[in-house]
Design a protein around this ligand. Structure first.
Ligand code: HEC
Ligand code: HEC
Length: 221
C-alpha cells in the first residue's frame, strides 16, 4: 500500500515536470518543462508583440538602458530569466506582470517566446559608457569575471550562462550597482566573491567594458 502511494506521488511529480502534464507549480519543474518543450517559433513571434512594446521589435531594448537588450540571448538563458521573474526569484514589477500566466500561460509559451527572441538581431549598437574608466573596467573583468563569463562575455547555450557582451552600459551598471547594494540577492548569490569590495565606480567601469565587447554574430548561439 505504501509502495503504491509512493509510486502515485512519484508519478505526479514526474508528470508535473513534463510539458505535457498538468501546469507545473514549482520554478524548477517549470524550467525543466520549458527546456524540454518543442518551441513553436511562429507562436513565439505573436506572443512577442506584448514584449516588443518595451524591448522593441528587434529586442534591442531602450538605448538609455531602462529596458535591456535581449535579442540573440540563447533560449535557455531567456527561459531561465522568465521563470525567475514569474517565480518572483528576480523582482521587477513590469516583468513579473508580463510573465504571469495571463500573458504566458504554460511552460510551452515560455519556450515559444524565448525561441523567437533568440533569433532576433538588434538594429542599433549598444549604448556604451563614457570611456573614462575603461582600462580599469577591462582589468577588473579579467581579474574577477573572465574565468566564468569567458574572454568575450558571450553566452553559453549549453550551461545557460547569459551573454554580458553588447548590453547597454547603463543597464549593466544598474544591475551591478543593485547587486552590490544587496538588492539582487539571486544575482549576488553567484557572485559573492567576484563582487566583494567593489563600489559604484567599479560597476560603471565594468559596464562600460562589457558594452563594448562585440556580441556574438550568430544569433541564438
Ligand atoms: C512594460 C515593459 C516590459 C514588457 C512589456 C516586457 N519587459 Fe522584459 N524587461 C523590462 C525591464 C524594465 C527589464 C529589466 C528588469 C530589471 O531591471 O531587472 C526587463 C528584463 C527582461 C529580461 C531580462 C534581461 C536581462 O538581461 O537581465 C528578459 C529576458 C525579458 N525582459 C524578456 C521579456 C519578454 C519575453 C517579454 C514579453 C513576454 C517582456 N520582457 C516584456 C521591461 C518589459
Ligand atoms: C563563479 C562564476 C562567476 C563569476 C566569477 C562571475 N559570474 Fe556573473 N554570472 C555567473 C552565472 C552562473 C550567472 C547566471 C546567473 C543566473 O542565471 O541566475 C551570472 C550572471 C551575471 C549577470 C546577469 C546577466 C543577466 O543577463 O541576467 C551579470 C550582470 C554578471 N553575471 C556580471 C558579472 C561580473 C561583472 C562579474 C565580475 C565582477 C561576474 N559576473 C563574475 C557566474 C559568474
Amino acid at each position: 500500500m505504501k509502495a503504491l502511494a509512493l509510486a502515485f506521488v512519484v508519478g505526479l511529480l514526474v508528470s508535473a515536470a513534463c510539458a505535457s502534464g498538468p501546469a507545473p507549480t514549482s520554478a524548477p519543474a517549470e524550467l525543466h518543462a520549458a527546456l524540454e518543450a518543442t518551441p513553436d517559433t511562429a507562436r513565439g513571434a505573436s506572443l512577442y508583440s506584448t514584449c516588443a512594446a518595451c524591448h522593441g521589435e528587434d529586442g534591442g531594448g531602450v538605448p538609455d538602458g531602462s529596458v535591456p537588450r535581449i535579442a540573440g540571448q540563447p533560449a535557455r538563458v531567456l527561459i531561465g530569466q522568465l521563470v525567475a521573474f514569474r517565480a518572483a526569484e528576480r523582482r521587477d514589477i513590469r516583468m513579473q506582470h508580463f510573465t504571469d500566466r495571463r500573458h504566458l500561460e504554460r511552460a510551452q509559451e515560455l519556450a515559444d517566446v524565448a525561441s523567437h527572441v533568440a533569433l532576433l538581431e538588434p538594429r542599433l549598437p549598444a549604448t556604451v559608457g563614457d570611456g573614462t574608466r575603461l582600462v580599469a573596467g577591462g582589468d577588473l573583468y579579467r581579474a574577477r569575471c573572465e574565468h566564468c563569463h569567458g574572454v568575450g562575455g558571450h553566452a553559453d547555450a549549453r550551461t545557460g550562462l547569459p551573454a554580458l557582451a553588447g548590453q547597454h552600459a547603463p543597464f549593466t551598471e544598474r544591475q551591478l550597482a543593485e547587486a552590490l547594494q544587496g538588492k539582487r540577492p539571486e544575482l549576488d548569490a553567484k557572485h559573492r566573491r567576484a563582487f566583494s569590495r567593489l563600489g559604484p565606480e567599479d560597476a560603471r567601469a565594468l559596464a562600460d567594458h562589457l558594452s563594448r565587447l562585440p556580441p556574438r554574430t550568430a544569433p541564438g548561439g
